[in-house]
Design a protein. Structure first.
Length: 298
């Protein structure tokens, strides 16, 4: 007898837990308890007769079966989503865009007026959250803007930026390089473009400065704009705040970033009305920024 299909809610719990590698993260997304997510996944594993996760003390890891099953489940959800829109005859074009919080806040959001002036009939659903980059495009996305040293091998990604990084501060700050050791310094955790790296590139003997870290530039850069201290930042994130006079770049030294912004598009992008228009607009905007900063950092 053929194996019956598992309930849709079990599959949804599995996909979310696999994306977060956390039952707790999946529970928060699905508005469920952690225990309920765990029970649904146990039920799915019982239905399949195989474990989908290695359960470790502080995290999860997909088993070989889980890794093989995940893309099948994701493709099924995408097919259901597109099919539902086709059957219901929705006349609203909704493009699912995933990006990090900083890019969404400081670069994308201020430019959306220009996008809608050009494409008034397209609607964007912009998801800015923290997730672990995966081998392919993030689940559910039509377009992903990924900030990384380089995308995972096998990911079809187009590099959008070449940024430089440097300290910024409130416009009233009037110190010198010699004052840095006495200032409050802000940065974002888990990046390569750090205060230590900038100091080394500048030739300063300052290997381990005390730094207050946030998980996003929405914390560290806003702290600098409020006059709380100095922040290490880069062109894409700080450019608009500099132009508006909310922060100013410090000193003359700029260091070339190892990280960059990459564009990743889903294989089904041509089936999503408005998605290709958004990609075209995004690349034009980013290219315009690149031309502008080439003169600045020449």
């Amino acid at each position: 007898m053929a194996q019956s299909l598992p309930p849709l809610n079990w599959l949804r719990a599995f996909e979310a837990a696999a994306r977060h590698l956390s039952f707790t993260g999946a529970a928060g997304e699905l508005n469920m308890t952690q225990s309920a997510v765990s029970q649904q996944i146990k039920a799915l594993e019982g239905h399949m007769g195989r474990a989908l996760f290695h359960r470790r003390p502080r995290t999860l890891a997909l088993t070989e079966t889980g890794s093989a099953y995940l893309p099948i489940v994701r493709d099924a959800f995408r097919t259901l989503s597109r099919g539902t829109m086709a059957v219901t005859g929705s006349n609203e074009n909704i493009v699912q865009i995933y990006t990090n919080m900083s890019f969404g806040t400081f670069w994308l959001a201020p430019r959306l007026g220009r996008f809608y002036a050009r494409y008034p009939d397209v609607r964007l659903n912009i998801i800015a959250e923290q997730w672990e980059p995966q081998e392919g495009i993030v689940s559910g996305a039509d377009v992903e803007i990924r900030y990384s040293v380089r995308p995972f091998e096998g990911v079809a990604a187009e590099r959008l930026s070449q940024d430089w990084y440097y300290p910024v501060a409130h416009p009233d700050w009037s110190g010198t390089v010699d004052d840095l050791a006495h200032e409050t310094l802000f940065d974002v955790s888990n990046l390569l473009s750090t205060w230590s790296a900038w100091a080394e590139d500048y030739g300063l003997d300052w290997p381990d400065p005390p730094v207050t870290y946030g998980t996003t530039y929405a914390i560290s850069l806003n702290a600098a704009a409020a006059g709380a201290g100095l922040c290490m930042a880069h062109d894409t994130i700080a450019g608009r705040l500099i132009a508006e006079g909310r922060v100013k770049p410090l000193f003359d030294h700029r260091a070339k970033m190892q990280e960059a912004y990459y564009l990743i598009t889903a294989p089904h992008i041509s089936d999503v009305p408005g998605a290709e228009e958004f990609v075209t607009w995004l690349k034009e905007e980013m290219a315009r920024d690149q031309i502008g900063r080439e003169g600045t950092h020449a």
